[in-house]
Ligand binder design. Sequence first.
Ligand code: ADP
Length: 238
Amino acid sequence: MGALEIRGLRKQFGGVAALAGVDLTIVEGEILGIVGPNGSGKTTLFNVITGVHKPTAGTVTWRGRDMTGTPAHAVSHAGIAHTFQQAMAFPGLSVLENVQIATEHCRTDGERPFPWPTPDDLIGFVGLQALRHEIAGVLPFGNLRLLGIALALATRPSLLLLDEPAAGLNDKETTTLVELVQQLPGHGISVCVIDHDMSLMQRLCRRLVVLDFGSKIADGPTAEVLADPKVLEVYLGG
Ligand code: ADP
């Protein structure tokens, strides 16, 4: 059984089935990629997992526990964190102060050792140690993204959901991000990332899931999925 098991997940917005019955497993310790054209349901999937939206039908099971329709704070408390495209830092506070606040509000059920016992350890992990007294609001975009990851990690997740983590980053920043994310499974954190940057996904993910019009059309090893005629058709508009 996977860490996160999604079965028959459906989310209807009026006449639109943003998710039209999706089955998906996130395996413990993997970095899973979810791709698909605009409007295919990727963000809705994250929003249902994280409790922003209640599904119309289907189930979300996290480590054997039914989490379907669980509110966002309880999902976070259960060990599922997510980053936003816009970093959610307090702009008037320093990097260190932001991470301290996030750490103080973390879940407390600590069932496993945390790899970064202090805020400074976490700031070091994301490579912002030299900037820890900088005000978050003046950080360059790429560093703000790294701070966003630190804030998500401060909640002590076992699963981290990343929403277009490399959007707006330059090549060097993207490489830093990839190297960072690749270390997470080694720290006991599974990762699920949505993005439409295929080269990023090829670097980051061994397994890819493709959504199209709210349905899963492919699921397997990245290279195989990217060579799948169904997937090529979606991307080439064939
Ligand atoms: P993606 O992230 O793959 O671009 P989304 O999950 O954002 O796709 O959207 C899937 C579909 O659901 C789209 O047709 C979108 O217009 C619709 N949708 C998403 N969120 C809402 C909402 N809050 N209200 C109405 N329709 C929505």
